[in-house]
Design a protein around this ligand. Structure first.
Ligand code: NAD
Ligand code: GLY
Length: 378
């Protein structure tokens, strides 16, 4: 069982742009830069160790938009700079894509001093981080996240993975990046559906660790949805503060960090049951948070008002709040493969109240009731 003990200062006060947030992990801390236009500024990368070879990993959507600017910067610092362009989509978060990254490193003459750069959303970030963890038993990598979800969550904390047909992220490693470059300007081209998916993870931080931030998201949701720069900077900055503090206190998820999986036990089952890609990860998490809040309420945690606030915020953001029409038994079986499961029994992040969470196993009958009451089939 783990309880949230994240910092509780007021949300998004002070300038949120141009910030450098430290992630203090045991053997090698690193910075998250939250700024606008930083991707294309050579000084952004000045703190990186000098190396011969840099390989930028991106995908077919993001590379045409942003790769040239990054490559031009890196050519000022590395002798050989190349680009590998992966297929776009969660369904390509596989071993094959990792092999393509390794092939690119070998073709570029890569060695232990080489650096990978992940230019894209969470899929590119997780794949690149995993390739960096595996290549020659571990090389450096930098996260350059270009989705809201990746800027507030996946690029920070060193979780890297590929999917298995039986479950999300079942094959992976903890491997921390050297630097995270969260350039808000890159979000300009992000489709609205993807922006909304990223808001699910922003809401998550407020729900599990920071009531003041949850209040702030409720108040600024319309600004976030219309991409007001100051509101987005506040959301990214505060989310990264919270994630950095949680990761620093529990890098390998032996306790507190598990609260960041709020909504994910349900969400991962939705993603696996619908075939990765039809529901976005953030959409599945959004719906999962509504179910997890309801489950928490039924177990005597969060009160009815709090559970309703979670559901209303998720719905107002434009995220799904009902399950797809799938058999409850199928979803329950998939939850048994979740990484938090112990001996096949799924564990859930439960809200004691808004802003405070814990992790606990839950009896299957109660989970089934929640699934059935939120749209699953008998
Ligand atoms: P994604 O990487 O699939 O990106 C979403 C879509 O947006 C893609 O089509 C992508 O090409 C496109 N895109 C990215 N940046 C763009 C831009 N600037 N302009 C236009 N289009 C752009 O999805 P995501 O939501 O970023 O990440 C989801 C993944 O992250 C999942 O695989 C999930 O498991 C993983 N994840 C990992 C962690 C972690 O801690 N490692 C945390 C949360 C999620
Ligand atoms: N996204 C959950 C974590 O990084 O722990």
């Amino acid at each position: 069982m783990s309880e949230a003990a994240a910092p509780r200062q007021a949300a998004a006060t002070g300038p949120a742009l141009g910030r450098r947030i430290r992630v203090d992990v045991a053997d090698r801390g690193y910075d998250i830069l939250v700024d606008s236009g930083s991707l294309a500024r050579p000084e952004t990368y000045a703190s990186l160790p000098a190396g011969e070879v840099a390989v930028v990993v991106s995908n077919a959507t993001v590379a045409p938009l942003l790769a040239d600017r990054l490559l031009a910067c890196l050519r000022q610092r590395f002798r050989a700079v190349s680009l590998v362009v992966l297929d776009d989509g969660e369904q390509f978060k596989t071993w094959d894509s990792v092999e393509r990254i390794v092939d690119a490193l070998l073709a570029a003459g890569g060695d232990r001093r080489s650096t990978l750069f992940a230019l894209g959303g969470g899929v590119v970030g997780d794949l690149t981080g995993f390739a960096a963890a595996c290549f020659m038993r571990g090389i450096a990598y930098v996260q350059v996240p270009t989705t809201l979800l990746a800027q507030v969550d996946s690029s920070v904390g060193g979780k890297t993975a590929v999917n298995h047909p039986l479950g999300k992220n079942l094959i992976g490693a903890f491997h921390q990046p050297r630097l995270v470059v969260a350039d808000l300007e890159t979000l300009a081209t992000l489709p609205q559906r993807e922006l909304i998916a990223g808001l699910a993870e922003v809401i998550k931080y407020g729900a599990v660790a920071d009531l003041a931030f949850f209040d702030w998201i409720e108040a600024r949701l319309d600004d976030l949805l219309r991409r007001d720069g100051e509101a987005l900077a506040g959301a990214v900055s505060r989310s990264c503060d919270l994630k950095a503090a949680i990761v620093a206190s529990d890098e390998k998820e032996s306790g507190l960090r598990a609260i960041l999986n709020f909504g994910h036990t349900f969400g991962h089952a939705i993603e696996a049951a619908t075939g990765y890609g039809s529901w976005l990860h953030g959409e599945a998490v959004g719906c999962g948070m509504v179910l997890a809040a309801d489950l928490s309420r039924r177990l005597g945690g969060i009160d009815e008002v709090g559970a309703r606030r979670v559901a209303m915020l998720v719905e107002r953001a434009g995220l799904p709040v009902r399950l797809p029409p799938l058999p409850a038994a199928e979803l329950l079986a998939l939850m048994g493969h979740d990484k938090k499961a112990e001996g096949g029994a799924p564990r859930f992040v439960l809200l004691d109240t808004l802003g405070r969470a814990r992790v606990a196993p839950v009896e299957e009958g109660l989970v089934r009731d929640v699934l059935l009451d939120h749209g699953a089939l008998r």
